[in-house]
Design a protein around this ligand. Structure first.
Ligand SMILES: Cc1ncc(COP(=O)(O)O)c(C=O)c1O
Length: 449
């Protein structure tokens, strides 16, 4: 790196910027990106890389889509901003809400817009509390979520996030947040004679009963966990729906990653044939071109907003329903439909998973290859039969990611699990190239070949 422009820019960056997950050590080995073209990124030194995770799972249409650029520019010229507070609206926000109502789960027909995933989590939690108060059950305020689930890092969403590394510097956490074990099929396999899906889902029933059903407002879950790419076992989500119904707990799907096609359905609970009471989204709704997120409400929840005697919903964001963000979202949906990108995610996802299995399925240190559609995780282990992890001090996962970057593929991971999530517009050749580079990088780091 020595005297590269990239290295000089990182020094400059360091003087005035604080980054998400700020870490000086990580940062000094970073890249300053100067251009995106399709599924590729260029750094300040002119090196070209395949973006194998589409940004942070969000740039589903790749970089430089003219329709999105045009939609933003023309909306900025027409009406750059309008308040979304009650008493004020704009056409793009209305059109987007109508469009989503026609595309989302049948019972979800009303939408509140935010600027991202964490704000959406806060909005979901507050909506659930508001709902139960309006229903005359103010004692129902707790949120249950999964260990290993990720829902953002605002104070409330951090409390819902089930990854303890995010907590200690900011504790005490808020009261009213409870976590249940993850359904992770690899590390917690079925007990003899027990259905793994039902057993894992029954953790929710156990938690609701322990807390008291009259105190639980919400269960929040990603249909596929982004952190780890964990896919629930068969029957799990259906049983979750039953438990939520039985104990009067709202079920919220966090589709910030899975929404808008990534798993091969426009919204991922369609894989399991169930509907949530609330669905939150962000990322792919604008392919990451401008910040936008939101929460969709089922008719049953929306009904409390329309009661003549309802207390105003004292929840608001300056940028809720931002016309430019909504215009870009509408253009994104147009591209997803016209280029049949949900089908592409299934086709390319099958190719990605099959490719990974062919290349790495027999490798003695590849413990698990999992995911759904264009969401994949490759977990590396010290011992395949015992599933023992590598000593974290060896930093095997980061070494593989660093090796892949040397070979022209950028991605992320957690611990020794490598994530892969190319854009929905990727070519088959690009998916194959990602598989080859990751497989070569695993062999290089672990086997020294
Ligand atoms: C499932 C999920 N929920 C919420 C969030 C938080 O979104 P944001 O970073 O836009 O606040 C993320 C971000 O990665 C996510 O993956």
């Amino acid at each position: 790196m020595g005297h590269s422009l990239n290295a000089a820019l990182l020094q400059r960056d360091h003087r005035h910027l604080v980054h998400s997950l700020h870490s000086e050590k990580t940062h000094l080995d970073g890249r300053v990106w100067v251009r995106g073209e399709g599924c590729e990124l260029l750094d300040a030194d002119g090196n070209r890389y395949i973006d194998a995770m589409s940004g942070l799972w969000n740039v589903t249409l790749g970089y430089g889509q003219p329709a999105l650029v045009q939609a933003a520019a023309s909306q900025m010229g027409e009406l750059a901003y309008a308040s979304g507070y009650s008493g004020s609206s704009n056409l793009r926000a209305m059109e987007l809400a109508e469009r989503l109502a026609s595309l989302c789960y049948p019972s979800i027909n009303r939408f509140f817009f935010t600027s991202g995933g964490g704000e959406s989590t806060d909005s979901t939690i507050k909506t659930a509390r508001y709902y139960w108060k309006a229903m005359g059950k103010p004692g129902k305020y707790k949120t249950i979520s999964l260990m290993g689930g990720y829902h953002g890092t605002t104070l409330a969403s951090m409390c819902a996030t089930g990854m303890p590394a995010y907590w200690p510097s900011f504790e005490p956490r808020m009261p009213g947040f409870v976590h249940i074990p993850n359904h992770d099929r690899y590390r917690y396999p079925a007990v003899e004679g027990q259905d793994p899906g039902l057993a894992a889902a029954n953790e929710l029933e156990r938690a609701i009963l322990a807390e008291g059903p009259d105190s639980v407002a919400l269960f929040l879950i990603e249909p596929v966990c982004g952190a780890g790419a964990y896919v629930p076992p068969p029957g799990y989500l259906q049983r979750i729906r039953e438990i939520c119904d039985r104990y009067e707990v709202l079920l919220a799907a966090d589709e910030v990653i899975t929404g808008f096609g990534r798993t091969g359905r426009l919204f991922a609970l369609d894989h399991w044939g169930i509907e949530p009471d609330l669905v939150q989204f962000a990322k792919g709704i604008t392919s990451g071109y401008v910040p936008l997120g939101g929460v969709g409400l089922s008719d049953r929840v929306a009904e409390v907003f329309d009661r003549a005697d309802s207390v105003p919903w004292m929840h608001c964001y300056t940028y809720s329903g931002h016309p430019v963000a909504c215009a870009v979202a509408l253009a994104t949906l147009d591209v997803i439909e016209s280029q049949r990108l949900v089908e592409a995610a299934t086709r390319l996802g099958d190719r990605l998973h099959q490719g990974l299995r062919n290349a790495l399925g027999d490798h003695p240190h590849v413990g698990d290859i999992r995911g759904l559609g264009l969401m994949a995780g490759v977990e590396l282990v010290a011992d395949r039969s015992s599933k023992a992890s590598f000593d974290p001090a060896r930093k095997i996962g980061p070494a593989v990611i660093s090796e892949a970057r040397q070979r022209g593929v950028v991605t992320r991971g957690r611990g020794d699990t490598i994530y892969l999530g190319p854009a929905l517009v990727a070519s088959e050749a690009l998916v194959d190239r990602v598989v080859d580079v990751i497989a070569d990088s695993v062999r290089c780091v672990i086997d020294g070949t």
